[in-house]
Structure formats: structure tokens, C-alpha cells
Design a protein around this ligand. Structure first.
Ligand SMILES: C[S@@+](CC[C@H](N)C(=O)[O-])C[C@H]1O[C@@H](n2cnc3c(N)ncnc32)[C@H](O)[C@@H]1O
Length: 140
């Protein structure tokens, strides 16, 4: 793991979940199955598990033990981790896909496959939450 990533993981290990996940959970949708694509240290995964969702977390780095460390026995039963690249896995059918700050890291040539994989994975009654990056512009 490169040192920048390690620094990022140290900073985000105890971070709050992203607002899109908090807002989603506030809708009180009955907990079902979710995927967290590029879960990192699991800020969103953990929040979903604490709200009784069943979560498959995917990352190319082995962050499983960092996440497991923060879970209760009950939450562990609802948690699965897969270390792999987005483009290398056929995603199971789920009701929610979270991909915060992760998809922009995929290579351009793989993006359409990954997108197809995502759209095939989400069931009829579904939600997709994602966050890309943006440039701040200052008006002077
Ligand atoms: C900036 S971090 C975001 C982590 C987490 N979602 C968050 O918001 O804190 C991006 C994560 O995506 C993972 N990642 C990037 N490209 C990937 C790929 N092609 N396949 C699987 N994981 C990938 C990285 O290893 C990293 O953990």
C-alpha cells in the first residue's frame, strides 16, 4: 500500500459517514442488501451495518480487518469483504450501491464495463449514492 493511501486510511478510519449515506438512512428504507464500492476503511459500510443493512464491501486494498475491528458480533454477521478491482467482479443483485470518492480512480477504458456492472446489479427498487470530486472555484 502506498504511503499516501496509508495516510488517507489513517485520517478516515474514524471519520463520519458521507452525508449522502446519512440522508439515505434518514429515509428509513427497510434494511436490505448493499454494496460499498471502494469502501476504504469503511466509514459508510460501518454506518450501514449499524443500521442493520447487509453489506458487501469491495476494495482493491485489504482494509477488511480495519473495518472488522469496529464491528459488533451482530454486525459482523451482515458483513462481507472482497478484495478486488471494480472491473473484475460480477456484482450481486442489491438494493443500494454506495461509491463515495472511489469511481474516479478506475481506468477510463474500464469505466463503461464498471457502469454496466453497477446498473445490472441494482434491483428495481434501488438507490445509487456516489460522490465524485470537484474543483473549488474562487470568484475574486
Ligand atoms: C479515496 S478512497 C475512498 C474510500 C471511502 N469510500 C471513503 O469515502 O472514505 C478510494 C478507495 O477506492 C479504492 N479503489 C480505487 N480504485 C479501485 C478499483 N479500481 N477497484 C477497487 N477499489 C478501488 C481505493 O483502494 C480506496 O480505498
Amino acid at each position: 500500500m502506498d504511503s499516501n493511501k496509508e495516510k488517507y486510511y489513517n485520517v478516515t478510519k474514524n471519520s463520519s459517514p458521507h452525508l449522502n449515506v446519512i440522508n439515505f438512512l434518514n429515509l428509513n428504507v427497510p434494511p436490505q442488501k448493499a454494496i460499498d464500492l471502494g469502501c476504504g476503511t469503511g466509514r459508510d459500510t460501518i454506518e450501514l451495518l449499524k443500521n442493520n443493512w447487509n453489506v458487501l464491501s469491495i476494495d482493491r486494498e485489504d482494509t477488511e480487518s480495519i473495518i472488522k475491528h469496529q464491528l459488533t458480533n451482530k454486525e459482523l454477521k451482515n458483513f462481507r469483504f472482497k478484495k478486488c478491482l471494480f472491473g473484475k467482479m460480477k456484482l450481486p443483485k442489491v438494493n443500494l450501491i454506495v461509491a463515495n470518492f472511489s469511481l474516479p480512480f478506475s481506468k477510463k477504458e474500464f469505466f463503461s464495463n464498471i457502469w454496466e456492472n453497477i446498473t445490472n446489479s441494482i434491483l428495481h427498487e434501488r438507490v445509487f449514492c456516489w460522490k465524485f470530486f470537484w474543483k473549488k472555484r474562487y470568484m475574486g
